[in-house]
Design a protein around this ligand. Sequence first.
Ligand SMILES: Nc1nc2c(c(=O)[nH]1)N[C@H]1C(S)=C(S)[C@@H](COP(=O)(O)O)O[C@H]1N2
Ligand SMILES: [Mo]
Length: 594
Amino acid sequence: MTDRGGRHARGGLPPATSDHAGADSEQIHPGEWAGGIADEPARPPMVRLGQRWVSTLWLIPLALAGIVVAIAIAQQLRHYQWMEDFIERYPGTPASHAGVAPGLPAWLRWQHLFNIVFMMFIIRAGLQILADHPRLYLNSGSTPGSAWLRLRGPIPADRLNPNDPARQWTAKDDSVSLPKWLGIPGVRHTIGLARWWHFTFDTLWLANGLIFYVLLFTTGQWRRIVPQSWDVVPHALSTMVQYASLDFPTNDGFVSYNGLQLTAYFLTVFIFAPLAFLTGLLQAPAIAARFGFGTGPANRQVARSLHFLVLLWMVFFIAVHTVMVFSTGLIGNLNHIVFGTDTDSYWALAIYLLAMGAIATLWLLASPFTLRHPRAVQRIGRRCVGWIKALMEWFHPDATYSAKDVSPYFWANGTLPTSPDYRALAAKNWDGYRLKVGGLVEHPTEFSYADLLAMDKHEQTTAHYCIQGWSGIATWGGVQMSTLLDIVRPVPSARWVVFWSMADGSEPGTGRYYDCHKIEHMHHPLTLLAYEMNGAPLTEIHGAPLRLRNEVELGFKQVKWVESIEFVDSFAQIGNGQGGYNEDHEFFGYRMPI
Ligand SMILES: Nc1nc2c(c(=O)[nH]1)N[C@H]1C(S)=C(S)[C@@H](COP(=O)(O)O)O[C@H]1N2
Ligand SMILES: [Mo]
């Protein structure tokens, strides 16, 4: 453990409050959590059809009606001779799958089990992440009113005034909670913890998938799930009619799959799984800033929407897959899945039920464990995936956009400084403001607002990616950090740069908002101390007089209302030692290039 005793005032600021209270204070108590935001349960998803919002619950009766109609049509079709000829010609299972030994090998059966365990956590934590910004869009600015799906009502129209801090509808205000059995951990604005689950199990799922690919292709098992001729299409159609007419085709799953199974497995393994990975990556600020995906068809909101559609497919697949296992000869199918033999042992059912019991137990423990031990979840998550995320922090950000890409509305987050000093400085147009830069530097320096304005000015139009899921594009004007570095000259032992805010964090009495950045990032031409946004002086909401831009990282690391900058060799002694206010109090990670 870190030595917590050495904590002291930093950069002329009061110390962050001590965490000497034991583990109990680290538990999540809804009501006190995240500054005491009231619960706001998610509503069932609604989709926008033109101007109207329609509840997706309508899909349930629609699907039931659709099934009934499909059965009626299929049964009618079976009365026609041409259909019976067609089915005789294409009975369902393409003949081209020779060369694979019957039965599923042990590695495949184990991977199948791991897959569902990993996916259960990925899906549940993914929904929790969605609930933190419960709207899906296609435009890079996440423009209010332009969503196509949402889990809550419209944003109150009188809360979107970018110049009135008191009436600002922050992205945090917009978050919703999920039931604890559904989301992990269910409580409103627990995205930091949900991400540890999501990314850790993503990594395991990807590793499992990679091994699966390798073994599929080295053992020839790929032939089972890759269509090898176009006759898979008529076979799939024929299978569909047979299932729908409730006169099921013979279940040959032990030897080879029918056209419909082939198509579904192929799409899931080779199209949707890679798409999940890809659309996940496209939500990363570091990748967007490196490759210029901030706008256009690969922008974060498109990626997020597709990521959600992949989730829908996966849930649909798992549901139909399970129904089919049950309805096409359960015991035989379970023998295939559990033992890899074409037998009829009831032991397969027993083992299946045992596995399902274990999965249900894990399911029920995930949220309570997370709420009781959030620091452990953060620590374990960081051990598992922190180092992978760190790799992306090496991307060099150079993507900039043009004036026409600037978002019409830029969401806001955070609580403004409340001190009389801040008000007085604002009233005097920042006359009297001093940016203090110190710590491990050769020339500690204070800069007045006029000093900053007089320095070389840099402008950039860049994309902002909030952890909650929204994004926005703005033109920022200010002083490059590299300019400042040339003046203060950090000493070689300086490894982290702490940006201290004039504002407190969201939890009362827990001290100032701050965040730590890698010193390497300070040399990027796009790392900026901005005093302008879209050609006008920064508004209070967006961080006046000064806010940070580091385009490799997520939004919460872009400290607003910057008061001082401190160069340090380690952040272990600052705050709770996690690298920033939200890292300390909301269990975020400090490396946030994704
Ligand atoms: N001091 C301070 N800076 C902050 C925050 C905050 O709460 N306090 N919120 C962060 C978060 S979560 C985001 S997404 C961005 C939002 O910047 P914007 O309000 O200009 O959009 O500011 C970041 N900087
Ligand atoms: Mo954020």
